[in-house]
Structure formats: C-alpha cells, structure tokens
Design a protein around this ligand. Structure first.
Ligand SMILES: O=C(O)[C@H](O)COP(=O)(O)O
Ligand SMILES: [Mn+2]
Ligand SMILES: [Mn+2]
Length: 559
C-alpha cells in the first residue's frame, strides 16, 4: 500500500532498448558544485584528474543540474541546497515541498496552531513552561529564525505564559560570528514578550557541532552536553545574559563549537531547566540532527547516556523526523510525504542494492535517499554499510576522512558481483568545506577524486556503468562575495570565509563499459535538477520510471 492508502503497482516497465543486469555505481560527492575557477574554488585548486576527465565528456556524458531553491522543493531561489533536500530529490525522483516550506505555510495560515501537536503541548501552558530548542540562524537548512519568532508570538498569544529558549549557535549554514546578531534579535523579541507579561528568556545555549546537533549517532556526548544544560540546568559556563555569553565564549571558539552554557539568575540558579509538567518543542524542521535529541526526549528506555533527570513532559517536534520510527510521535507540522522512492521501486524489481558512507553521511544515502525512512525495504535485497567516522575532531585536521575506505568498500561490493546498484556518498568536499579551512578543503577534494577513481576502476573491471553527481555546492566557493562576484572583507580587512553551501549547480557524469552505445544526455531538459536523476538511473538499470517522476536526463540515439 502507498502512504495515501492506494495500492501501488511496483512493477516497472522494461526500457525499450537499455539492458538490465549491468552493475551500476552511483556516486554522490557531497558539497561539490561547479563554479568559475579561482583561488577560492578548492575543487579547481585541488588535483582532481578523475573528475576533470569526466568533464571532457560534455555535453553528451557530462552536464550540470540544479541543486538549490525550487528545484529541490525549497521556498525560494535564494535558498541554497542541502543534503536532506538533495538526497530526497535524488532518491525520490520528484520534487516535494520540503520542511522549510511546509512550516512557512502552516505558520502563515495559522494551521500550525490547530493541529494535534500544538493542542497537545498547549495543555501545559497553564501550569508549565514552554521550552523551544533549536538552531538559531536564518540559514534555512535546519531551521529559520523568522519561524521561531512567529512561533514565539503565536504560542504566547495562545496562552504560553512562561517560555524558555535553548539556543544552538550556527556559523555553518551562515557566516561564523553571525551568532551574536541572532542572539541580540532574539533577546529583543523576548523583551517585547516580557513587556506583554510573558516570562520569556533564553535559558541555555552552545555551538551546534559541540552541543545537541550530532547526527547518525556519531557521538552521543554531543547530545549529552546539551541535555545537561537544557534539562538539568548544568553547564561549565554560567552567564546572566546570553549576548554576553556568546561574545565571551567566542573568544576561544567559533559559533559552531561554542561550549555549553546556562543562563542563571542573581542567585546563580539556572533560569530554565526542563521540569515535570513542561512542554518542549524542537523547532528544527530538518531531521538528521534532531533525531538523537528526539530519542532522548521521547524514549522511556534509553541507554545512550545517563540522562540523570527524566522530566515528565509533553514533547512535539516541528516535524516528525523519522517516518519509520514515527519519531517524535507528536509534531506541529506534517512532514512531506515522500513515498514510492526509486530505492523502493528498484528493490521490488529485483535490483540488489549496496549503500555506503561514513557515519556523518551514512543516513544521506539511506535515510534521506529513502524519503526519511530508516531501515531496509527488503533486507534480502539490500546491504547498507556504515564506516565509523572520526569522533571529536573538526574535519580540517583529517581532510581525507574515510574516502579511501568508502572507495574500497564500494570497489569490493562491485567486484563481488552481488549487487546491481552500489551507491555511496563521499563526504569530504562538504564536511571539510564547512570548516572554512581552504587548504584542508583542497586536500579533501583530492581525496574525494581518488575515491571516485577507485570506484570507476572497479566498474571498468566488471563492465558496468557509473553515474557521478553531487547533492549541492560547497567546496567550489569558500568566500563570501558581493553581487559582482568579488570576495568580501570584514571591517578589520579579513577575508570573509564562506562555511556554508552555495546555490551553484552540480555536475552529473555517466559512463563505463556497460553504458549502451548511443546513450547521451538529452538537450531538451536544460533546467534538469537532482530530481531528474532517479528516472535516469532507472533507465540505466533497464527500466522506465513511473509517469509522475521527473523526466530522465538521457536518451538513446542510433549511431
Ligand atoms: O548539517 C550540516 O552539516 C549542515 O547544516 C548542512 O550540511 P549537509 O546538508 O551537507 O548535511
Ligand atoms: Mn550534502
Ligand atoms: Mn553540508
């Protein structure tokens, strides 16, 4: 059954000319966009002979596709792409209105306050405190400040009398250093609420990569540090004012890595630990970096760290973060219903699938790829392999990450001939790009290129096909620029480093000895984007995609 309750016909039609049974490697380079060559384009600076040679195949075997804005279901063309929406589009073959947009719509119409989730938490407003936990920035990747502002206003108008905000500073989807301004804005909003008789304050905080927002269970200590501050009111740093806290802590760390702090009153008492009878909302719409906290808040049996205190709360996510685990059970906005993904179709049609990445991107080629569902569709047909990521480091100190190991696992899976599709995410360009370290990102891009070579070589050996693409840009531009493209400097003359993704298109290349002659990119889908890749891949497996999928990027010409 489909999620709409309709019977789904899983059988795919045979492609009129393309054969089945070719081993296909599907390589996603994370954070690998196309941009003009200059010294801040780390992909250009790095030695990337494999990707360079693929580019020689343009326009028939190499082209660019869109990976940001409306092409991936984001609200506007100014929204950069990200891994969630990118892998959702790649896997699902259709464009779904994504969390950012769904929350915008629910807030604008007021429907957010009419749903089960809000009713559930609002029953605590009379006696308890409303806690809002999430990423404080306007990055639009995991959360957005304006959505938090509307929620604060809406909740207070609907009876919340005591509100505590637990902030996570960004500097990863937005410029490092911007956290101070976001905290100032939030403080002035909370002051206005106080003037209107609502007891509203920031209660705790910390940098997103060090506090709370780990993903795919890479390092539970990150979540524990947040728990101690948010729930227990305990942290190594205590301040009476959040702006002062962030300014002070920034002396020794950047926004992403600020240590945890709590706000205390004049008696050194934490102003907002979470207590019995309180309501909690995690206001990020994106799933991956909220799932771990959601588990800690929701599960009775929980053994990932000692929570010490487990208050009886009413908890809702901004969205439901995991459709398979139904986590959390209560949420303010229904998530996009990403059903009938290409992975599910292909498994039903006998395509044996192998997927692999290292921990920090593992869920991208599994969970996001499969429409935000954890687990297998059919464990007999699929194998997902996770290579443990390094823990407790910033990736500029290990820019090669596990690219080689991912390449080896994919190579072995291809050579085993046990799989029809071998799918990987190679994280380097993105994870090192986010650190803002240009030299390290150059090393990262070279390592990613070497991993691609290893996989393509294996495909050569088995007579298979490769598809190489990316989920969004990052490493191809490491500086903030003005409208005419010139790098920007701050007041002290320092280059403004861009740690975030970009709005650039990404490459897609096809090839390999198994690619039937006459297969080439069509030139009648000039606006093609990530969502067009699924139908393309289905063709290369010998099938025609379902009618409602975005059109394939390839055609077969007689030669
Ligand atoms: O979560 C992150 O690391 C960033 O906010 C976005 O990066 P990703 O979309 O590539 O994961
Ligand atoms: Mn990504
Ligand atoms: Mn990223």
């Amino acid at each position: 059954m489909g999620s709409s309750g309709q019977q789904v016909s899983w059988k795919l039609a045979d492609h009129p000319t393309l054969p089945k049974g070719k081993t296909l490697a599907l390589i996603v380079l994370d954070g690998w966009g196309e941009d003009k060559p200059d010294e801040y384009n780390c992909i250009h600076v790095a030695q990337t002979p494999t990707m360079d040679s693929l580019k020689q195949g343009a326009p028939e075997k190499w082209r660019l596709i869109r990976a940001h804005g409306k092409a991936v279901g984001l609200p506007t063309e100014d929204d950069m792409g990200n891994s969630e929406v990118g892998h959702n589009a790649l896997g699902a073959g259709r464009i779904f209105a994504q969390g950012a947009k769904l929350v915008d719509i629910a807030l604008a119409s007021g429907k957010i306050y009419e749903g089960e989730g809000f009713k559930y938490i609002s029953e605590c407003f009379e006696k308890g405190t409303l806690h809002l936990i999430g990423l404080l920035s306007d990055g639009g990747v995991h959360s957005r400040l304006d959505q938090l502002q509307l929620l604060l206003k809406g909740a207070s108008e609907r009876g919340a009398k005591r509100i505590r905000v637990h902030i996570l500073t960004d500097g990863r989807d937005v410029l490092d250093g911007s956290s101070v301004g976001f905290v100032e804005t939030l403080e002035s909003d909370l002051a206005k609420l106080r003037e209107n008789g609502v007891d509203a304050q920031i209660a705790s905080g910390g940098g997103r990569m060090y506090v709370t927002m780990d993903r795919y269970e890479n390092d539970w200590d990150v979540v524990k540090r947040g728990w101690d501050a948010q729930v227990r009111g305990e942290a190594p740093h205590k301040f009476t004012n959040a702006v002062e806290a962030v300014k002070k802590l920034r002396e020794n760390a950047n926004d992403q890595y600020l240590p945890p702090f709590v706000i205390v009153d004049e008696n050194e008492k934490a102003v907002g630990p979470i207590e019995d009878g309180d309501a909690v909302v995690t206001f990020n719409f994106r799933a991956d970096r909220m799932v771990m906290l959601a588990k800690a808040l929701e599960y009775q049996d929980f053994d990932k760290f000692d929570r010490v205190k487990v208050p009886k709360i009413r908890y809702a996510g901004m969205l439901q973060y995991d459709g398979e685990l139904k986590l959390p059970g209560r949420y303010l906005v229904s998530p996009p219903e990403i059903d009938r993904t290409s992975g599910e179709y292909l498994v039903h049609n006998g395509v044996r699938t192998f997927a692999c990445s290292e921990t920090v991107k593992f869920g991208h080629v599994t969970f996001f790829w499969n429409g935000n569902r954890s687990g297998y569709f059919n464990p007999e047909m699929e194998e997902y392999v996770e290579i443990p990521s390094d823990v407790g480091i910033t990736f500029n100190v290990q820019p090669k990450m596990k690219a080689l190991e991912i390449g080896e696992k994919a190579r072995d899976a291809i050579l085993s001939r046990k799989f029809d599709q071998v799918r990987v995410n190679i994280p380097n360009g993105d994870m090192v790009g986010h650190t803002g370290d240009i030299q390290a990102t150059v090393v990262a891009c070279k390592a990613a290129d070497e991993a691609v070579k290893m996989i393509i070589d294996a495909i050569e050996q088995v007579g298979g096909i490769y598809v190489v693409t990316a989920d969004h840009g990052n490493a191809e531009d490491m500086v903030k620029r003005n409208k005419s493209g010139q790098p920007l400097y701050d007041k002290s003359g320092k280059l403004q480093i861009l740690t975030s993704h970009t709005c650039q298109p990404v490459p897609i290349a096809i090839g390999g000895p198994g690619l039937a002659s006459g297969v080439r990119f069509r030139n009648d889908v000039p606006d093609g984007g990530l969502a067009n890749v699924a139908a393309t891949v289905m063709n290369l497996h010998g099938y025609v995609a379902p009618n409602d999928y975005e059109p394939t990027l390839i055609e077969v010409v007689n030669n």
